[in-house]
Ligand binder design. Structure first.
Ligand code: C2O
Ligand code: CU
Length: 469
């Protein structure tokens, strides 16, 4: 109540003070930072159609909140790491150097790479401390992707090792502004440190923290202009937290997800994003100068009473004093996607949890990684994969190396407007999804729950696409 009143009073004050001026909210938001823009990695190449960058994994310190700073692990010193900004068809060359005290790799989440470039221990010897590796591949698909380690990923990602790859396509929708929002959360202790041990709740739900981050900043503000068509490309890099975003007074127009634009955009009040997923949305800004709306993470029941948590503010959006733009319209549709055909089930994966010698573990077909039976498929084959979740919590299922489409959920066919290429999808508790994927690229590919504590806790397996090389 009080919050609402304050926000209202503030909005009114700002509207009065700032009518006609171009910067608003400066005094009112003393201390609050603008959502930081990701820093582009400079292109070291002079070749056309090539993005060549250097990435160094190294330790640094970061102030997430006021008080002592936090020891973090970074790419090139920042959390998030640099933005790799390329276009479809570009070759990406990454000179990677590991300055961390332990081994690591870079996995290109969602990017269709040759298996040897996928950064999983199955296909690449982890890069030792002071070691180097060159990643080199062509960016086949437009979209928003991200990168992170695939070694002890629950700890390494939590410490700050993540970054974004944006691949521009030929049919990008027009917008007045495009912002990338990288969502995360951290549990900062009074001495600034992040907990090193895994308590029972973190084992169960994945590490969660009370401090929500947008591009590494806690409770930032974002100024936007009335009438403008704003595009947001959102990725959830948190270990365990699901983001369920609402922006009061607005409806999200979803235009894309993991594998790029979708043929039929749709509207939703709540944008639910599990760890690993991406969403691409458009909004037309409205309101008087100074109008403030709070982006809220609404509770969502993913198991163990998470639905009873309080809503949490993520960021405040404030309308600037600039003259409103007019005539902006939301797009209705994009080029068709080839719909993968349904068929008989080729592979069945049952997700569950179990106790092994008193330890909570997460299982696939009753086994834990690396004992989950290997799946062999021929290159070029289409596979229908049934993923059945027998546990009382949601698991975001992630597949490497190819996109999949969700054919059915509990036997019900996916609505035409939800047809999308995905690499990560929520398998709700006690539910079954049927997926279709074509495996074109030979090699070994991993699949796992993207709650990283679940993956490291056993819920991970491998698909070998023959011939392996
Ligand atoms: Cu984003 Cu196998 O991971
Ligand atoms: Cu899981």
């Amino acid at each position: 109540m009080r919050r609402t009143f304050c926000a209202l009073a503030l909005a009114l004050t700002l509207a009065l003070v700032c009518a006609g001026c171009s910067s608003t909210g400066a005094e009112a938001d003393a201390g609050a930072v603008e959502v930081p823009e990701l820093v582009r990695a400079p292109n070291e190449s002079t070749q056309p159609n090539q993005l060549e960058v250097s990435l160094e994994a190294r330790e640094a310190r970061k102030s997430y909140i006021s008080g002592p700073s936090t020891a973090v692990w970074t790419y090139n010193g920042t959390v998030p790491g640099p933005l790799l900004d390329a276009k479809q068809g570009d070759e990406l060359v990454v000179h990677f150097h590991n300055s961390l005290p332990e081994e690591t790799t870079i996995h290109w989440h969602g990017v269709r790479v040759p298996a040897a470039m996928d950064g999983t221990p199955r296909m690449q010897d982890p890069v030792p401390p002071n070691g180097t590796f060159e990643y080199r591949f062509t960016l086949k698909d437009p979209g928003l992707f991200w990168f992170h380690p695939h070694v002890r990923s629950d700890e390494q990602v939590e410490k700050g090792l993540y970054g974004v790859v944006r691949v521009g396509g030929s049919d990008e929708p027009t917008s007045d502004r495009e912002s990338i929002l990288v969502l995360d959360d951290v549990n900062v202790m009074p001495d600034g440190s992040l907990p090193t041990y895994l308590d029972d709740e973190s084992k169960m739900l994945g590490r969660q923290g009370k401090t929500l981050l947008v591009n590494g900043a806690a409770s930032p503000i974002l100024h936007w202009r009335a009438g403008s068509l704003d595009r947001f490309r959102i990725v959830n890099v948190a270990n365990g937290r699901f983001f369920n975003l609402s922006l009061p007074g607005y409806t999200w127009r979803v235009i894309g997800t993991d594998g790029g634009l979708i043929p039929e955009p749709y509207d939703t009040e709540r944008l639910l994003i599990s760890p690993g997923e991406r969403y691409d949305v458009l909004l037309v800004v409205h309101g008087e100068p100074g109008t403030r709306v709070t982006l809220v993470n609404e509770p969502y029941e993913r198991g163990h009473d998470t639905g009873k948590e309080d809503p949490m503010p993520v960021a405040d959006f404030i309308v600037t004093g600039e003259a409103p733009l007019s005539g902006r319209v939301l797009p209705q549709g994009f080029p068709k996607l080839e719909r993968l055909q349904d068929g008989t089930v080729d592979q069945r994966l049952v997700l569950n949890e179990d106790l092994h010698n008193g330890e909570l573990v997460f299982t696939i077909n009753d086994a834990t990684f690396p004992d989950v039976p290997l799946i062999d498929v021929p290159a070029g084959s289409m596979q229908r994969i049934e993923v059945q979740n027998d546990s009382k919590m949601d698991h975001p299922f992630h597949l490497h190396g190819t996109f999949f489409q969700v054919l059915t959920t509990n036997g019900e066919a996916t609505a035409p407007e939800r047809l999308a290429n995905k690499d990560t999808v929520i398998v709700p508790q006690m539910s079954t999804l049927k997926l279709a994927a074509r495996f074109d690229e030979p090699g070994g590919w991993m699949y796992h729950c993207h709650i990283l504590e679940h993956a490291e806790g056993g819920m991970m397996g491998e698909i070998d696409v023959a011939p392996l090389r």
